[in-house]
Design a protein around this ligand. Structure first.
Ligand code: RP5
Length: 161
């Protein structure tokens, strides 16, 4: 199926418990007025739903998928294996290994099936990366991102010790 330039972002996560981290992505996408959907999909506990979502994501108009999971975090990698849309993985702190388990699960993808992995619990960066991707074909959005970064620069320049 062919589509117009898609601009919707999917924010998926393995459990409701991941939302305390993933809400940062929701907040950033909201601030940039990016159309998005939040879904709970578990690689281990709802594998059939994960498969269906991944297969349908392109036709549903998603341009980027942000996937957060903790522990043995297979969700981002499995979704990336089932769709050619860009997948950004967010390692979530959920176990006694404090997110390192999740980080290594997400980042160590085999050659050919990439997942863009952000820092542990850094869902905000996942959203900003998604916005950078969308900004390639949306000049207005790109300019907004430039302004956002200018504000960060200003903030740091104003820092005093
Ligand atoms: C992972 O297990 C989820 O992504 C979550 O981070 C973790 C714990 O899930 P719950 O036991 O809170 O449902 O699959």
């Amino acid at each position: 199926m062919s589509r117009k330039t898609p601009s919707k972002v999917a924010i998926i996560m393995g459990s409701k418990s991941d939302y305390r981290v993933m809400r940062d992505a929701v907040e950033i996408l909201g601030r940039f007025k990016i159309d998005h959907e939040k879904l709970i999909i578990s690689a281990h506990r709802t594998p059939k739903e994960m498969y269906r979502f991944s297969q349908e994501a392109h036709d549903r108009g998603f341009a980027v998928i942000i996937a957060g999971a903790g522990g043995s975090a297979h969700l981002p990698g499995m979704v990336a294996s089932l769709t050619s849309l860009p997948v950004i993985g967010v390692p979530v702190t959920a176990t006694k290994l404090k997110g390192l388990d999740s980080l290594l699960s997400i980042v160590q993808m085999p050659k050919g099936i990439p997942v863009a992995t952000v820092a542990i619990d850094n869902a905000a960066n996942a959203a900003l990366l998604a916005i950078s991707i969308l900004g390639i074909s949306d000049e207005k959005l790109y300019r907004k991102l430039v302004q956002y970064r200018k504000a960060l620069t200003k903030k740091v320049k104003a820092m005093r010790i």
